[in-house]
Design a protein around this ligand. Structure first.
Ligand code: SF4
Length: 348
């Protein structure tokens, strides 16, 4: 153990039950090894309301810390080792533009339900809550899209068009019932020329890490590793997912690796998602099967969180200098509503 790791371990021991460190699966191993709770966005969101520790340190990107602040019980504060780590996809939907587009869509009286992927800012989640919508994660997007479709005449899925397409494919919603919105800095471009009456309206955003996987990578993997199984995260393009053997959320990919290791020893699994997770799964199951990443894919924002920054925030907290994340008061209730709607629909 290096001196940084030793110092973190000492603070954790001294703080006991008053401190809880949470980490997203895309964090690197030097951070993950210090976490009390690890998970994907849904798993972490589900755990937050039940945390009794008064100080929660969240290792992930900014929107995750914001969500934790919304869901944490009274008297709990959330701290981040690197508040500047921001999901690149969540930055693709500025709140002013989201509001302008939503206003344009409902202007004619059409009942449009917003469904916001959890990878959005607090302000976009609040807008979603205000318009009767909810948040979803990649693990529950099918359930939530089905829920939203039953509540309105159309759904605007924000901001990941790839996830939206993949979920619509799973629900059997045809391509001609979907439309990727054409938007500029002010709102919809020539709304009268766009098929806005379609059931699924997709915000034109994407995760640049997952969007870099291309269909030929899957074909190449099958040549390189004959007989391999290929699975990927649904933030990948639908053309990629169509060539995979299966697709699902981060928690699905983790279970899939364990299942392959158990049921098919000696086989090869290729995974299309952020690389830190793939390497961790490869190390975990190396005695049973081979696991490879579909391609290089490190999220630079997740990588901003380091063991040194984790130690620094812990020292600030124990030294009484730790600044908790603050959530703008007027956004608190509508944003929390959009998150709690998801937890209610999907079960806490
Ligand atoms: S991997 Fe993509 S979706 Fe996840 S935090 Fe990074 S940019 Fe955002």
């Amino acid at each position: 153990m290096n001196s940084t790791a030793g110092a973190i371990a000492a603070i954790r021991k001294k703080s006991g039950d008053a401190l809880c460190i949470m980490g997203h699966h895309y964090q690197n191993d030097t951070v993950i090894r210090h976490c009390d709770i690890t998970g994907d966005s849904l798993e972490l969101a589900r755990r937050v309301p039940h945390i009794s520790a008064t100080r929660i340190v969240f290792c992930g990107v900014y929107f995750m810390g914001e969500s934790a602040t919304l869901l944490a019980g009274e008297g709990r504060t959330v701290h981040m080792p690197e508040p500047d780590a921001d999901c690149l996809m969540s930055a693709m939907i500025p709140i002013r533009l989201a509001r302008a587009v939503l206003e344009q869509l409902v202007r004619g009286g059409r009942r449009i339900v917003p469904l916001a992927y959890v990878n959005t800012s607090l302000a976009v989640k609040a807008l979603t809550g205000e318009y009767g919508g909810a948040v979803c994660t990649s693990a529950n997007a099918e359930t939530m899209l089905d829920w939203a479709l039953k509540r309105g005449e159309g759904v605007i899925f924000m901001p990941d068009k790839n996830l939206g397409h993949n979920v619509a494919n799973r629900l059997g919603i045809p391509q001609d019932e979907r439309h990727v919105l054409r938007i500029d800095g002010r709102g919809l471009i020539e709304p009268e020329s766009q098929p806005l009456g379609r059931k699924i309206l997709l915000w034109p955003g994407a995760c640049s890490i997952h969007a870099r996987f291309r269909p030929e990578f899957v074909e190449q993997a099958r040549v390189e590793y004959p007989g391999c199984r290929v699975v990927a995260h649904p933030e990948c393009r639908q053309e990629v997912i169509a060539l995979c053997d299966a697709a699902g959320s981060t928690s699905f990919l983790i279970k899939e690796a364990a299942r392959v290791a158990e049921d098919s020893p000696g086989s090869t699994l290729v995974i299309g998602t952020e690389e830190n997770l793939v390497h961790r799964l490869a190390a975990r199951h190396r005695d049973r099967c081979d696991i490879f990443p579909l391609s290089r894919a490190i999220c630079p924002e997740m990588a901003k969180v380091t063991e040194e920054k984790l130690l620094a925030v812990l020292e600030d907290i124990t030294g009484g200098r730790g600044e908790p994340l603050a959530v703008a008061g007027e956004l608190f209730e509508p944003a929390r509503l959009s998150l709690t709607r998801m937890l209610e629909v999907c079960g806490k």
